[in-house]
Write a protein that binds this ligand. Structure first.
Ligand code: GPK
Length: 829
């Protein structure tokens, strides 16, 4: 034992007596160590990517230390834990976020520069972890950051897709999808846990057995797949707490199907085993429309089953029975996607733990909380009963039992109102019988949350009215938020420094309330001047990116007007493009002398269309066709440019948002449940041109309508407008620009026909025509404001100053207190 005579633990301590050090020299040693031994390159010759890898591993080591301590601390304290179940997490890059939260960015930068590398360049080497589609998935990521920062004992659970959200490439203006095989170059941010794995069962039959004199159901599966854990440490900011995001990957199950190996078809049997991995292969890219696909149901059950086995194992390590379960476990359903977990928990308690129905049901009803993210009826998941019966036969039985009990309860409360009962039933009768997953989630959760006040009102009055009348207290809302760590500190370092300088503190990074103090300085010419300088730096970065990506040179004096988000009809990118056409048309028809008065604009649009969504893809093509015409028109020059930014994702957002002057959030009122992009722009001092929808209403409350450009119908006006839509003629300006598209002014006449038809009088469901005039007025107001530099700067500062309420820290604190009932559990520092 190399001359050592103490105990094993003492020896361990002697060998490793402290944490890794964060001074630049220690970091340099670690980086070189990883260059040599992890990346296996010579320390005398390695490139930017290899340096990124070595740096990431050095940062990861530090994350692991904190992660271990946090897990042990939670174990010791055994607090009530939150388990955040989500099929999607849009984490983006990890390096830049980790070094900020660990507080070692400057040290890393210094360490690297002496080695001849630039931190910013290395950070750019990392690809995005894009295990999600859009707002919902990025919200999960922001909330994980807040959970860690606020020291909550939380775990995230999800799926480790091998293919994340598709990459969008544009050929001739058309979107093409390419696979995102993001693990190609390794992923230093995850830790594979080969020993943390659970079998997950599918198909098969259900039998009855007598156990201890009682009949019990036994599910005999037709297929078993192994779920293996991959842990992703999530560091908090300004705390040592580092929580875990555990993602499951599907692997062939050991020991399963031994028999078939005796048939002699060895190779084929191996090949068949590999098919198990399909389950966690690919993320479904069509957010908000579910076609009852078997693979999707298998993905949902797979991650839920593994997570619950893990959660119950952890609980049972400490507790002998389930009495304490509701006091120790909160299970958050992020939309309906993980909702099969309510049935799975029932099954485990009934069939495996042999609790009685009443006791099991009582537990289930106390642990689940449900957040819904939409009002669109097509997004409410339904699963055909036949499919359910084949994939999860025992679960279907339990759903029927839950529904039966619910219907009995309902009858007692509302009498024999069968029409209402059939609306509320978890099972939808009809030619094809379906399971209504949303109803299941509402029935089985103790709290149902909307994502903004307006959304919550719509849930009560339109989507879940029957349920709201039955259980009014169940319905709450928590307005979404975003993390200022990523959306200011990581993505806008110049603004971050400026804010801290003027506030005399960086406390706002942990406590956003401080941001309101910026209001006091909003009219200060010095701050305004520095504020504009910061914007300019960010606009330069963005302009360079635009030139590289699209070849279009843009003027920094122009107003950068941005709409970036998934492409959907209800988000009305088409309204934006028609507005651009109108602007173009006006410039073309102007006297030369009037052109001098035009406020120059760069209109920027970015976003992915779901691969099967025809109209959304046509909108992308239209944007390119219009851009082609405008950008090459010498009459127009720098007065107007239109650019489409391809492959919009988290890291592109980090570049685009800080560089924008104006951003558009222009959904038809009543369709955007919340919207979180607007909050990121707000934080970065970009003015908002928006409809009064979702969270916008609350932004208006916070910063005042006079500091925004609000237009269009209000939520309550939309239904009537829709009724009248076919009888009210759309404004001539609208008719004119639609005609230009229809007549082939931008080419592709036949291709755009159906797009134009979709907004024709009588078919304009999203009310582009009806909102067009007020949209143009709002755009004009933005032009006028932009010319007045002082006024614009003041408005911009007030945006940032008022953005504190839209931090995910606020959302999470609210959830912790009112929905989950959890307390912080902070590691001693
Ligand atoms: C809502 F239903 C869905 C969905 O499938 N995907 C998705 O990103 C969004 N959302 C809403 O559209 C936004 O309004 C909201 O801010 C976001 O979820 C987070 O709640």
């Amino acid at each position: 034992k190399a001359g050592f005579s103490g105990t094993k633990n003492e020896r361990m301590f002697e060998l490793m007596d402290g944490f890794l050090k964060n001074d630049p020299v220690s970091l340099q040693k670690d980086i070189l160590h990883h260059v040599e031994y992890t990346v296996a390159r010579s320390r005398f010759s390695f490139d930017d990517f290899e340096a990124y890898q070595a740096l990431s591993h050095s940062v990861r080591d530090r994350l692991i230390e904190r992660w271990h301590d946090t897990q042990q601390h939670f174990k010791k304290k055994d607090p009530k834990r939150l388990y955040f179940l989500s099929l999607e997490f849009l984490m983006g890059r990890s390096l830049s976020n980790s070094v900020i939260n660990l507080g070692i960015k400057d040290q890393c930068a210094e360490a690297l520069s002496q080695l001849g590398f630039e931190y910013e360049v290395l950070a750019e080497q990392e690809g995005d972890a894009a295990l999600g589609n859009g707002g919902l998935a990025r919200l999960s990521a922001c909330q994980m950051d807040s959970l860690a920062t606020l020291d909550f004992p939380a775990w995230g659970y999800g799926l480790r897709y091998q293919y994340g959200l598709f990459r969008q490439i544009i050929i001739d203006g058309f979107q093409h999808e390419q696979p995102d095989y993001w693990l190609n170059f390794g992923n230093p941010w995850e830790i594979e846990r080969v020993h943390v794995s659970y079998p997950v069962k599918f198909y098969g039959t259900v039998k009855e057995e007598i156990v201890n004199g009682k009949t019990s159901k036994v599910w005999i599966p037709g297929e078993t797949v192994e779920a293996v854990a991959y842990d992703n440490p999530i560091p908090g900011y300004g705390t040592r707490n580092t929580i875990n995001l555990r993602l499951w990957a599907a692997k062939p199950s050991e020991g399963h199907d031994i028999e078939s190996y005796n048939t002699g078809d060895y190779i084929n049997n191996i090949v068949n085993r590999q098919k198990a991995e399909i389950i966690s292969n690919v993320l479904y890219p069509d957010d908000r429309s579910y076609q009852g696909k078997e693979l999707r149901l298998k993905q949902q059950y797979f991650f839920v089953s593994a997570s619950l086995q893990d959660i119950i194992r952890r609980f049972k390590d400490v507790h002998g029975n389930f009495d304490e379960f509701p006091n120790k476990v909160a299970l958050q359903l992020n939309d309906t996607h993980p909702s099969i977990s309510v049935v799975e928990l029932m099954r485990i308690l009934l069939d495996e733990e042999h609790l009685g129905w009443k006791k099991a049901w009582n537990i289930v009803r106390q642990v689940f909380t449900f957040t819904t993210h939409t009002v669109l009826p097509q997004a409410l998941e339904k699963v055909p009963v036949d499919l359910f019966e084949s994939v999860l036969p025992r679960h279907l039985e339990i759903i029927y039992d839950i529904n039966f009990a619910f219907m009995e309860e309902l009858k007692k409360k509302i009498g024999q109102d069968y029409v209402r009962m059939s609306r509320m039933s978890i099972v939808e009768e009809g030619a094809v019988k379906n399971i209504r997953v949303a109803n299941l989630s509402v029935v089985c959760s103790h709290t149902v949350n909307g994502v903004s006040r307006a959304h919550s009102e719509l849930l009560k009055t339109r989507v879940f009215t029957d349920f709201y009348e039955l259980w009014p207290a169940k319905f709450q809302y928590k307005t979404n938020g975003v993390t200022q760590r990523r959306w200011i500190v990581v993505s806008n370092p110049s603004l971050c420094a400026l804010i801290s300088k003027w506030l005399g503190t960086d406390s706002w990074i942990r406590n956003v309330d401080y941001l309101t103090r910026l209001k006091e300085h909003a009219s200060n010419p010095d701050l305004q001047h520095e504020w504009r300088m910061v914007k300019k730096i960010n606009k330069m970065r963005l302009a360079e990116y635009i030139e590289t990506m699209s070849g279009v040179k843009v003027s920094l004096d122009a107003m950068f007007d941005v709409q970036v988000k998934r492409i959907h009809e209800y988000k009305r990118q088409l309204l934006n493009i028609l507005g651009v056409i109108h602007r173009y048309d006006c410039i073309k028809n102007m006297e030369e002398s009037d052109r001098r008065k035009v406020v120059p604009r760069v209109c920027i649009i970015g976003g992915k269309a779901p691969p099967g969504y025809e109209i959304a893809k046509k909108i992308i093509k239209l944007c390119h066709a219009v851009a082609e015409t405008i950008n090459n028109d010498e009459d127009v020059g720098d007065l107007l440019k239109l650019v489409f930014i391809p492959d919009y994702n988290v890291s592109v957002a980090e570049l685009v948002i800080p560089g924008s002057d104006l951003s558009q959030h222009i959904s038809t009122a009543g369709h955007e449940a919340s919207g979180t992009g607007s909050m990121k722009f707000l934080m970065n001092g970009c003015l908002l041109l928006a409809t009064p929808d979702g969270s916008t209403n609350e932004i208006i409350e916070e910063i005042g309508a006079e500091n925004m450009f609000i237009f269009g119908a209000k939520i309550n006006e939309v239904p009537a407008l829709r009724e009248q839509e076919s009888t009210v003629k759309s404004p001539i300006q609208f008719a004119r620009v639609v005609r230009m598209v229809k007549d082939g002014y931008f080419g592709y006449k036949d291709y755009f026909k159906s797009l134009c038809d979709s907004i024709e009088n009588g078919k304009d469901f999203y009310l582009l025509g009806s909102d067009f005039t007020s949209y143009l007025e709002a755009q004009e107001a933005a032009d006028v404001a932009y010319v007045d530099k002082e006024k614009w700067s003041k408005m911009s500062i007030l945006c940032t100053a008022g953005s504190g309420r839209f931090s995910s820290d606020r959302t999470i604190e609210d959830y912790a207190e009112k929905t989950w009932g959890i307390q912080p559990c902070k590691l001693p520092s």
